[in-house]
Design a protein around this ligand. Structure first.
Ligand code: PSU
Ligand code: MN
Length: 304
């Protein structure tokens, strides 16, 4: 047993009973949404996973321990502490070695999920290649993590703030299988389609599970990315979104924001420029992904 890993009671029981588990990240709680919407969202996502017949395991690092499954007070701590750092993979040894606390991104959550033997991870949107990457070399650690870690990651695409064609090129180069869940095109987070093609389309949780099983049987490390579009009734108008985005990016350039502050800055600016419309859309797509991820986790268990 790993000395840094601590399972919640709920997750411990699920492991003992062989129930399907779904990993959830905490950066989206600490830095992706304002308080208290972030706490409401986190609780609603967990409840959605339970209703869909799986067990949620929200992951964060608290006091040097990797927590797999958070209690209500722990979730509140993550949701309320604005200064909880955002931890990527390279930060895990520092946090564990020195007894510190942080929220985990897609990259570090996936790393922990694999360590904890969890096959399915649900998030909102993955990180990717940032616009202007030619000058900044800003490529999210989420991408190399997906290339290396064997699990299914359910998302609504990559955040609209990114260079999406470059993000898909990176995933192709590194051999990540990208599935469209009920779609032929890569979804655009707040919008249903980017118009960019995916490798293959699947229609059911069983099909997504079959692709992950086959990938493993072929001895291939790396993730199967299940890209599931935001429900039509929750999607934003692409032209309006683009206006907000242009404004947010201009402000960001003026403010000189760089590195890991980029994603939280842009999300927060979009939330305020859209007067909450992006918060609502973000919550809706995460809840939808939670249903899809729970169903895939069940399908993986059903097939053994
Ligand atoms: N998608 C969201 N909200 C978020 C994130 C993604 O809807 O808060 C977070 C995820 O944790 C993701 C991270 O891993 O942003 C990517 O940050 P960066 O670009 O710095 O790697
Ligand atoms: Mn970055």
């Amino acid at each position: 047993m790993n000395p840094y890993l601590v399972f919640s009671e709920e997750v411990q029981a699920a492991r003992a009973e062989g129930k399907p588990l779904v990993a959830l990240e905490s950066t989206i709680i600490a830095h992706g949404f304002p308080y208290p919407e972030n706490l409401e969202m986190a609780l609603a996502v967990e409840e959605t996973v339970r209703q869909a017949g799986a067990v949620p395991a929200t992951i964060a690092i608290l006091d040097g321990r990797i927590r797999v499954g958070l209690t209500r007070p722990e979730l509140e701590r993550v949701a309320q502490s604005r200064d909880l750092p955002k931890a990527s993979i390279r930060d895990l040894p520092v946090l564990c070695g020195l007894g510190r606390s942080a929220a985990t991104t897609v990259a570090s959550t996936a790393q922990v999920a694999v360590l904890a033997g969890i096959d399915v991870f649900v998030t909102g949107g993955i990180g990717g290649v940032h616009r202007g990457w030619g000058e900044t070399l800003d490529i999210s650690a989420d991408l190399p993590a997906l290339a290396r870690l064997s699990l299914a990651v359910v998302c609504a695409g990559a955040k609209t703030v990114l260079d999406l064609p470059a993000t898909l090129e990176y995933l192709e180069t590194h051999g990540v299988t990208v599935l469209g869940y009920g779609t032929d095109t890569f979804p655009g987070f707040y919008i249903r389609s980017t118009g960019l093609p995916v490798d293959a389309r699947v229609e059911t949780p069983a099909e997504a599970a079959a692709v992950l099983r086959a990938r493993r049987a072929l001895g291939m490390p790396g993730a199967v990315l299940v890209a599931s579009p935001i429900p039509p009734e929750d999607a934003l108008d692409p032209a309006t979104l683009d206006r907000w985005l242009q404004e947010a990016m201009a402000e960001m350039a003026a403010a000189g924001v760089r590195g890991k502050a980029v994603t939280p800055y842009l999300l927060a600016r979009l939330h305020s420029l859209s007067q909450g419309a992006t918060v609502r859309a973000n919550k809706a797509l995460v809840l939808h992904n939670a249903r899809v991820g729970a169903a895939i986790a069940r399908a993986l268990k059903a097939a053994g």
